[in-house]
Design a protein. Structure first.
Length: 171
């Protein structure tokens, strides 16, 4: 499947038609309804955050959000780009499209000069590791002011360890 066209668009430049496309693909995986998906996007994605979409023949087949996140790792402040809402149209799910989507996001993050960060469940570690992400081992993590006990991964060349990580928002 080499005929994928990728589009990165700032959230502030989206229109209702694009939000409906994004909500439609998200709702295949998290069934809350289109209106609820759009409400979540408008509440959690800031004006200067990004949407990465993949198209095949004008059909939206892949989506990922790329958001600005302020992070403190052992009191060292970093401005990161975090990825979330990683989803692929169920009709295209077995074509390594998810990996291609994440790799396209990785390229954008690295080309932008940011550190990449993501939050995930332990069962997703192998997928993200094979796509360039590594687990950040920590003693304590706080996300959006709440103690966090799941996985934090960074787009780095090697695994890292820290005592405390604080992330300003969930994404």
């Amino acid at each position: 499947m080499s005929d994928i066209k990728w589009q990165i668009i700032k959230h502030g430049d989206t229109d209702l038609e694009m939000l409906i496309k994004i909500a439609g693909i998200k709702d295949q995986h998290w069934t809350h309804g289109i209106d609820s998906q759009i409400e979540w996007i408008n509440k959690n994605i800031r004006y200067d955050d990004y949407h990465l979409l993949g198209y095949v023949d004008e059909k939206t087949v892949a989506y990922i959000s790329i958001v600005h996140v302020n992070v403190s790792i052992d009191e060292k402040l970093l401005e990161c780009l975090g990825i979330g809402n990683v989803c692929v149209d169920v009709e295209f799910g077995k074509n390594r499209l998810g990996s291609r989507l994440v790799c396209e996001a990785n390229r954008f993050i690295l080309d932008s000069g940011f550190t990449g960060i993501l939050l995930c469940k332990s069962e997703l570690i192998p997928f993200y590791k094979k796509n360039g992400w590594n687990v950040l081992e920590y003693n304590e993590a706080i996300v959006a002011g709440i103690l966090y006990d799941k996985i934090v991964m960074l787009l780095e060349n090697e695994s890292l360890r820290c005592s405390k990580i604080v992330i300003d928002k969930n994404f």
